[in-house]
Design a protein around this ligand. Structure first.
Ligand code: BGC
Length: 403
């Protein structure tokens, strides 16, 4: 799974330059119409985090660089054997009614409320508060949302549930939310990224605005036969090629495929999950947890040797993901700071970055090696709750822009 680092970095840089010029590119470079915040944003806002795995509604208080979540409620988008709000049998109305009820549950009792919406999918921004879904990703297939204005669907659902006093005032991608959340406290923040169920990155581009790059769609990296298989059997083949090599939604399947070459017991059709991979990497010498996990998923208890082999494949897949993502950050830095003179803070959220052993360290190492010999330095920070607080910051910026 070796990659030529310089080649990946240069290909990403090239794709970004083309995307910025509006030329053909696998990077969409979607404008957010938002500048970075200056840290003086204040007030109480509602936030919706519509992620790949969960829905979270919350009220957030911003106080000049500080942020507190006052109330929060979270539900899963799918529950095995019970419901699935992400599949093709769900309609836009069903999905947005569930979201509106969640928001109404958390809303302050009285008064008009402005809400910032973090929507974790590629959406064409029409204005700060309006965006149209371009395509679902992460294997979502809900009917009637692609091509529609998402905050309009949300506002209609809020009014159906008697909560029209809650007004969606901003909509941002989760990478933009993560970057806003970090930049609210840290002026050197220039990149925001998600390494979780899905993968994507946002950046402050040379015109001073935040852009959602939709970098999960980057197609400049050679795929292995296992990656090709994941792509071929996905809902939208050829799309989101980098995401399919790097994100939690796909890595469990990728490890299952690659490891089943030598471990026949994995060939049952069942699959490891992203969380399983973290557990395998964290497992100690006796591999008891790994053996329990394989037995539960695939019905056969493996020997220690098989557990060690599985750990080797898991380490290779996870390390490749961290390296590729870090190389895309270097490609961005090459564009936004071509002489490599500044300090940059890169804010990252998501389960791989936060929970997968060695993931963040591998990214740090690739970044440090990639900037060696330059005057540029990088801090890689975990922006937990970027999507919630970032949405509140977006609502506040939207209000400022309106006044
Ligand atoms: C989506 C992005 C999102 C990322 C992380 C990808 O599947 O296309 O818009 O930022 O997941 O949630």
């Amino acid at each position: 799974m070796k990659q030529d680092r310089q080649k990946v970095r240069a290909a990403f840089r090239e794709a970004l330059v083309c995307g910025m010029r509006g030329e053909k590119s696998s990077l969409k470079c979607l404008p957010s119409f938002l500048p970075p915040p200056n840290g003086t944003e204040c007030g109480e806002w509602m936030a919706l985090d519509f992620g790949g795995t969960n829905l979270r509604a919350m009220t957030v208080r911003l106080a000049g660089g500080k942020a507190d979540i006052l109330r929060m409620k979270k539900v899963s988008l799918r529950k095995a054997g019970a419901y699935d709000l992400t599949d093709g049998s769900t309609t836009a109305e069903e999905l947005f009614d569930a979201i509106a009820h969640l928001i109404a549950d958390v809303a302050p009792e009285r008064g008009d409320v402005l809400l910032g919406h973090t929507f974790s999918f590629p959406a064409r921004q029409i204005s700060i508060d309006k965006a149209e879904l371009i395509t679902w990703t992460k294997e979502f297939a809900v009917q009637g949302v692609v091509g529609r204005e998402v905050n309009g669907l949300l506002a209609d659902a809020l009014s159906r549930c008697g909560a029209s006093r809650i007004r969606p005032a901003a909509i941002v991608n989760d990478t933009v939310g993560t970057l806003l959340c970090c930049a609210y406290r840290e002026p050197s923040a220039t990149i925001g990224s998600i390494c979780g169920t899905g993968h994507n990155t946002a950046a402050v581009l040379p015109d001073g605005m935040l852009y959602n790059l939709e970098s999960g769609n980057f197609d400049g990296i050679d795929m292995t036969e296992y990656d090709e298989e994941i792509d071929r059997t996905s809902l939208i083949p050829s799309a989101q090629r980098l995401e399919k090599m790097c994100a939690g939604h796909y890595l469990g399947k990728l490890v299952t495929l690659a490891a089943s070459e030598d471990l026949a017991m994995l060939r049952t059709g069942a699959q490891l999950t992203g969380e399983d991979l973290s557990a395998i990497l964290a497992d100690g010498g006796e591999s008891v947890r790994t053996a329990d996990l394989i037995e539960a998923r695939f019905g056969t208890r493996p020997e220690r040797g098989a557990c060690a082999a599985l750990r080797r494949v898991t380490r290779a897949v996870s390390s490749r993901s961290a390296q590729l993502v870090a190389l895309t950050y270097l490609g961005i830095l090459d564009v936004i700071d071509p002489n490599h003179e500044r300090h940059h803070t890169i804010a990252v959220d998501g389960s791989l970055f936060g929970k997968m052993p060695s993931y963040a360290d591998t990214m740090k190492r690739v970044l440090t090696e990639g900037l060696a010999g330059t005057n540029s330095t990088v801090s890689l920070v975990h922006a937990g709750d970027g999507s919630g607080i970032g949405a509140a910051v977006a609502a506040s910026l939207a209000e400022k822009a309106r006044i």
